[in-house]
Design a protein around this ligand. Structure first.
Ligand SMILES: Cc1cc2nc3c(=O)[nH]c(=O)nc-3n(C[C@H](O)[C@H](O)[C@H](O)COP(=O)(O)OP(=O)(O)OC[C@H]3O[C@@H](n4cnc5c(N)ncnc54)[C@H](O)[C@@H]3O)c2cc1C
Length: 489
């Protein structure tokens, strides 16, 4: 929703009500679109001079309130959408931070290069991928996104900095998973991975319950580059956690039928349908979801090997449905994603039992195995099991249930993914991210006044609030704290 236009220190901003992908926790922010690195510098300087908070926003595919700043400035970086350089002999590309993984795939898959890590949607920016240090179905093999970033240009309140893992490892790794709070990434250089085709070779199998699924993944994930299990969260009793596992790798040219080899790198996925702005009510309740889950499970083959699937079918099935996040209705939804270490399978079982007994309707629940963590103090992935569950907002039982799940996860040495969070309490944060003070020390070096802030950082007490400079002009239209609605409470 657009309200009033403001002009903070020469930059044109538009007051808008923003949410994340889950459509909860709206707040009113001044959105400033940028097209150049200098625009980003000016936006940061304007925010610092006015003592207002500022944060970057990409394609808003984080689920909660990470890419918004109530009453402050939100720098829309999607205009930094240029591929700046490519050295495909070395597999390196330098791109503006607003370039999406979708654009990267469209530009480079036909030339035989794939992104090193892709989430469940192609519609994320490189800046957002760095800020969340995103993971894919290959984390157990290849690690997370920032392991493939060789350098980046970071606009900070202390100035624009060239940062690499070698030149300033503390700042580089504080930025990886730092949720935009160490600076605004302007451009970055990525290491791509070579592929012979735009096709995936996929093995599918069913698991009768959670233990069966865990056993199958632990035993054979190492044979596959990509692995994921869809879990039926509504199945109970002896079938609790029944799952469909899909694992695979990029198909080699010789694995395609002869007729498809001539055009093996063709990549042109389309959005096939769109969810209407006001979808029919009652679309998403335990009865419809149980029916869908039953169908999904039965439709999957008991075991099938070597099926050829497109990149979008395997990695991004939901991208074929435009605005699917409307499906959960006007109150939106939460995605609860956590990781617990290997050996803490009881905690995983405990969470799933609680969700399945709570009869929360969830179409989407996926289980993956993470490999070792990278050095980022706030980076989410750490060796273990990660489960992501979509849960509609509405039931009064949701908030207490999620608070209890946080305790289980933290107690097992695990953590919740900040890019998905919209409701966690601040008191569990330190237990989940024990290197928080190390991260804060690095952040304070480049943002001593506390200018980089988001609704997420305020809610969780990640950083201190901006300190207004003496004589600073305050932003004209500050929103009251009441403007921000809480997601589940
Ligand atoms: C359907 C779906 C599936 C997903 N699957 C996965 C998955 O498998 N794995 C996974 O890891 N994540 C997954 N995600 C989450 C998504 O990858 C992350 O939230 C990602 O950060 C979104 O990128 P974005 O460009 O939309 O960033 P936004 O949501 O706009 O912003 C996210 C964060 O990045 C910061 N940011 C954005 N741009 C910059 C910049 N230039 N400089 C500094 N900070 C910046 C923002 O301030 C904010 O803190 C999924 C999301 C959806 C909707």
């Amino acid at each position: 929703m657009t309200n009033t236009a403001t002009t903070p220190d020469g930059l044109h901003g538009t007051r808008r009500s923003l949410t994340g992908w889950g459509r909860t926790a709206a707040s009113a922010c001044d959105v400033v679109p940028v097209r150049t690195a200098e625009d980003v510098d000016r936006a940061l300087a304007a925010a610092a001079a006015a003592g207002r908070g500022v944060v970057a926003r990409g394609l808003a595919r984080s689920y909660g309130d990470a890419a918004q700043c109530a009453g402050g400035i939100v720098v829309d970086i999607t205009g930094l959408d240029t591929v700046l350089e490519s050295d495909l002999d070395a597999g390196l590309v330098r791109v503006g931070a607003g370039v999406s993984l979708d654009s990267l795939m469209r530009a480079f898959v036909p030339r035989g290069w794939f992104v090193p890590v892709t989430p469940g949607t192609r519609y994320v920016t490189v800046g957002g991928a760095i800020a969340a240090d995103i993971h894919g179905k290959n984390h157990h093999r290849d690690g997370s996104f920032c392991s493939y970033v060789t350098r980046l240009s970071l606009a900070t309140p202390a100035g624009r900095l060239e940062v690499s893992p070698e030149s300033d490892p503390d700042l580089f790794w504080a930025t990886a998973g730092g949720m935009g709070l160490t600076g605004i990434v302007v451009d970055a250089t990525l290491r791509m991975v070579p592929v012979e085709t735009a096709t995936m070779r996929v093995d599918t199998e069913r698991a009768r319950d959670l233990d069966d699924c865990i056993g199958r993944m632990a035993e054979r994930d190492g044979e596959y580059r990509y692995s994921v299990a869809w879990i039926d969260t509504l199945s109970r009793g002896s079938r609790m956690g029944r799952a469909v596992l899909t694992r695979g790798d990029h198909a080699r040219l010789e694995e395609l039928p002869a007729a498809r080899r001539r055009d093996a790198l063709r990549f042109d996925p389309a959005v096939r349908v769109r969810v209407p702005a006001t979808p029919p009510s009652g679309l998403c309740n335990p009865v419809t979801v149980a029916a869908f889950n039953e169908l999904w499970f039965r439709k999957a083959p008991r075991a099938r090997t070597g099926e050829l699937q497109s990149i979008s079918t395997y990695f991004h099935p939901l991208d074929g449905v435009g605005a699917w996040n409307r499906m959960y209705g006007p109150r939106g939804f939460i995605q609860y994603q956590f990781v617990v270490p290997f050996g803490a399978e009881d905690a995983l079982r405990g969470v799933l039992t609680r969700v399945s007994e709570g009869r929360m309707a969830s179409f989407l629940a996926v289980l993956k195995r993470f490999g070792p963590a990278d050095p980022g103090p706030l980076s989410f992935p750490t060796a273990g099991w990660t489960l992501a569950i979509d849960l509609p907002v509405g039931s009064p039982a949701l908030s207490p249930m999620l608070d209890a799940l946080d305790e289980t996860v933290a107690g097992a040495g695990g953590r919740v993914y900040l890019a998905k969070d919209a409701r966690m309490r601040p008191d569990v944060l330190e237990a989940m991210y024990p290197r928080l003070s190390e991260w804060r020390a690095t952040r304070d070096r480049v943002d001593p006044e506390g200018t980089l802030v988001s609704d997420l950082s305020r809610r969780l007490g990640l950083v201190s609030s901006p300190r207004p400079r003496r004589g600073a002009r305050r932003g004209r239209a500050r929103s009251s704290p009441k403007a921000k609605q809480s997601a589940t409470r």
